[in-house]
Design a protein around this ligand. Structure first.
Ligand code: ACM
Length: 264
């Protein structure tokens, strides 16, 4: 399977320009799945719920879903990407899954970070694993990394690969995702952004740390992007590595769990 990510630097509220730039970055690229960052078309730092609501879109039905679906059809790829979703007047920090045959589904971020709590509702959909180009692909968004239960639950549901749209501001995530991959023997594709946003009076500007990456089930970093540049990378994955949960002939990382002695 060929998997890629886009690391971008969105213009805040420049949805049309940001979508056009993604189309340019993906032109001529070839992969079965591309992962794009969290909130990749709007930017991250909404001033308040009202501003988030003004930039949030129906999923499906909004411009971001429709442009990404048209790119997916044209380039015969799947795309997983983060966006602000509006549903019954509530705003969610969501990710969509779309592909060559159209819109597939969505995920709503379960663990909201810091000021996101003022702008978004907590996700209310169960974690889900999607069938994508022969792979089982789980979706989580950015700060979900800080709760190891998220990746574990997706792995126990059969995910070979975790698609992880992100807007990282804490330094620990790229290394923590190496651990998430080792713990679960899965692949992970983290798609982050670069640049700075300082839209909130009285709050420190946010520096997004880039370092989008693909990690394999052995904890090897197959590719890691810079902290500063807009980049696209594609790598080839051998999914059988994620389907073998034996570390050696005696240790199976799921079957050896002592769920009789601690939380399941
Ligand atoms: C984050 O969850 N975007 C830090």
């Amino acid at each position: 399977m060929r998997v890629g990510f886009v690391q971008n630097k969105p213009i805040f509220a420049g949805v049309r320009e940001n979508l056009a730039q993604i189309e340019e970055l993906l032109a001529g690229q070839n992969a079965d799945l591309f992962v794009l960052p969290e909130l990749f078309a709007t930017g991250y730092q909404f001033k308040d719920l009202q501003e988030a609501r003004s930039l949030a879109e129906l999923v499906p039905g909004g411009v971001t879903t429709s442009v990404l679906t048209s790119i997916a059809k044209k380039t015969n790829t799947f795309i997983i990407a983060g966006l602000a979703e509006i549903a019954k007047d509530k705003v969610y920090n969501s990710a969509i899954v779309t592909g060559p045959n159209g819109y597939v589904g969505k995920y709503r971020k379960l663990h909201l970070f810091d000021t996101e709590k003022e702008c978004f509702q907590k996700g209310n959909l169960p974690l889900k694993v999607f069938d994508i180009a022969g792979a089982k692909v789980g979706v989580m968004i950015c700060f979900d990394w800080r709760f190891p239960e998220t990746a574990r639950a997706l792995a126990l549901m059969g995910a070979d690969l975790i698609a992880h749209p992100a807007n990282l501001v804490l330094p620990h995530c790229p290394q923590a995702m190496v651990t998430r991959c080792l713990e679960n023997r899965v692949f992970a594709v983290t798609a982050d952004r670069v640049g700075t946003e300082g839209r909130l009076v009285g709050e420190e500007p946010l520096n997004f740390i880039g370092q989008s990456q693909v990690v394999d089930p052995g904890g090897n970093i197959l590719v890691r992007a810079s902290m500063t540049d807009e980049e696209v990378h594609v790598v080839e994955l051998d999914l059988s590595l994620a389907r073998d949960k034996f570390l050696n002939s005696r240790n199976h990382i799921f079957n050896d769990r002592r769920t009789d002695m601690y939380l399941k």
